[in-house]
Design a protein around this ligand. Structure first.
Ligand code: ADP
Ligand code: CP
Length: 326
């Protein structure tokens, strides 16, 4: 079976959200243990990942050092996060596979995602990136022209433009690598946003695409049987944060559409994950599971997590004895 695993920011930062290299490497290493379990079961695996904390931190470094070295645009920062996170995934996934006696090839692909130049997301920033700050520290940055948003108990966070993903441009390369037996890391941070000119050329634009929405596009493009959206909660929850909170387990498309339309899932966090699940399943994808990182392997069978299904559901075993193709 072909599985696309989308890793959230919590899989790439420390428990307190720390984004030191050590914390990131430790978190990614833990995540790769779970991914390796899926690979070892014989599935074809594509990994995509977020970059919100990392790309926000790079942007701050650029701005602070602008009087010393030339700053680079936000799309370059996004490309840089694909490099550092991709390289760390390569190291740690290869090690996790070797522990299981598997010498599987892993590749990380610099990936561009096509967006529309006139996407309304450019006019209204919605994508939270970087660190959280208390309001008194965010205020001077807002006065300086940045857009920040109250993100609840963790504090305020900068928001940037986030256009809709239309197409992952490296899909053909990804197919080639999958056919050659690689585990592939692709479209990190939702992919580097690019727009197409009338002459057919493309160029980067300053934005950060939601990685869950790109995951839905990518999962459909590669014909994934299952899309797993791994985060820090085991389920999408109804009436989240209230005494009536209750997990969503197995639902059909129409039921989940109803919950989403009723505003059950917060924008910038669970909202895009549910939207990605709905889009994937609507396009004929078999199953999307939203669950915690350490439940990835169990989630393939639909036994854990929030499972959104259409009407053509794959049968998957996590203990498939078939060895991966080399
Ligand atoms: N209805 C909901 N059900 C579950 N979690 C929710 C809901 N609304 C908001 N959340 C929040 O969404 C968070 C996961 O989203 P996010 O932090 O963006 O994940 P990631 O960085 O892993 O992609 C959870 O930690 C939870 O606090
Ligand atoms: N690009 C993106 O969606 O990153 P996060 O998942 O870290 O927010």
């Amino acid at each position: 079976m072909r599985v696309l695993i989308a890793l959230g920011g919590n899989a790439m930062t420390g428990p307190d959200g720390s984004a030191t290299p050590q914390a990131q490497r430790a978190a990614i290493s833990r995540a790769m243990q779970h991914v390796a379990t899926v690979v070892a079961a014989g599935h074809e695996v594509v990994i995509t990942h977020g970059n919100g904390p990392q790309v926000g931190n790079l942007l701050v470094k650029n701005e602070l050092a602008a009087h010393v070295v030339p700053p680079v645009p936000l799309d370059w920062c996004g490309a840089q996060t694909q490099g550092t996170i991709g390289f760390t995934i390569l190291d740690t996934l290869e090690a996790a596979l070797a522990e299981r006696g598997l010498e599987r090839r892993v590749a990380a692909l610099v990936t561009r995602t096509l967006v529309a130049a006139d996407d309304p997301g450019f006019a209204t920033p919605t994508k939270p990136i970087g660190r959280f700050l208390p309001h008194d520290q965010a205020r001077p940055l807002i006065e300086h022209g940045e857009t920040w948003e109250d993100r609840g108990e963790k504090g305020w966070r900068r928001v940037v433009a986030s256009p809709e993903p239309i197409e992952v441009l490296e899909t053909h390369t990804l197919h080639t690598l999958l056919a050659a037996g690689y585990v592939v890391v692709a479209a990190g941070g939702g992919g580097i946003p690019v727009v197409r000119e009338p002459d057919g050329s493309v160029h980067g634009v300053e934005a950060v695409i939601d990685k869950d929405l790109t995951a839905a596009v990518l999962a459909a493009a590669i014909g994934a049987d299952v899309l797993v959206i791994a985060t820090d909660v085991e389920h999408a929850v109804l009436d989240f944060g209230t005494p009536q909170a209750r997990p969503v387990r197995c639902v059909r498309l129409a039921e989940m559409e109803g919950y989403a339309a009723a505003g059950q899932f917060a924008s910038g966090s669970m909202g895009p994950k549910v939207e990605a699940a709905l889009r994937f399943v609507r396009r004929g994808g078999g199953r999307c599971v939203i669950t915690a990182l350490d439940r990835i392997a169990d989630s393939l069978t639909g036994e854990v997590g929030t499972v959104v299904e259409g009407y053509s559901v794959p049968t998957i075993s996590t203990s498939d004895p078939t060895p991966p193709e080399e």
